[in-house]
Ligand binder design. Sequence first.
Ligand SMILES: Nc1nc2c(ncn2[C@@H]2O[C@H](COP(=O)(O)OP(=O)(O)OP(=O)(O)O)[C@@H](O)[C@H]2O)c(=O)[nH]1
Ligand SMILES: [Mg+2]
Length: 233
Amino acid sequence: MERVTVIIPALNEAGNIKRLVREVLATVPVWVIVVDNGSTDATAQEAHAAGAQVILEPRRGYGFACAAGVAAAQEGDILVFLDGDYSFLPSELPIILTPILADEADLVLGSRYRGHIAPGAMPPHQRFGNWLVARLMNWLYGLSLTDLGPYRAIRRSLLEQLDMREMTYGWPTEMMTKAARRGARLVEVPVSFHPRRAGRSKVSGTVRGTLLATWFILGVTLRYAWGQTQKQT
Ligand SMILES: Nc1nc2c(ncn2[C@@H]2O[C@H](COP(=O)(O)OP(=O)(O)OP(=O)(O)O)[C@@H](O)[C@H]2O)c(=O)[nH]1
Ligand SMILES: [Mg+2]
């Protein structure tokens, strides 16, 4: 039986994390790690109270938080990444896990475009940007994806070969491009996407977050297409 660890990067998600962790634990038998990325609210306490292992990563950045979760997840053969703002549903974990448990995928990506985007969940610029980068990635890497799916599952053995370096916004795209370059099986499944339940928007809802994310995501998508991958992986 393969062991599954769910990694939740969280920055000031006290209003969401308890319910999220509880629902994950009630859905499937998994280990849950919440990486507190220097929150100033009660994220760590709430996550602990809900039954998660809590680790602290003081270096700010989505990629740093995810990498710290991976380092702590020694028991996991399969690692799931789930946002801490309750925009993805724990009840859809089985959808994310099925292809990888059936050995039909090495990296499963939850696509919001194949699934459902609730009103107000994704501003138009993010909707267009994600779609565009997915198309670019398809063209550069010979894939057929529709989204950049942060809700995802990957085999630890594959992730360990990827030599991840993007420690901020580029982490999800680096994982996809490097996995594709290695000939891994990338499979999309439909998931639903909802407005964050509580707390403040940090990326898509701010101009700074949107610009930085666009810069890093596009940069990574192009950079790993030309040459660098052979040296780095
Ligand atoms: N933005 C951001 N998110 C982080 C960081 N570290 C951990 N996270 C968590 O990563 C997940 C995704 O970030 P979000 O802020 O939801 O990013 P988003 O979904 O693009 O945008 P919004 O939901 O509109 O803020 C959330 O659970 C955050 O709490 C960080 O340094 N920056
Ligand atoms: Mg969010």
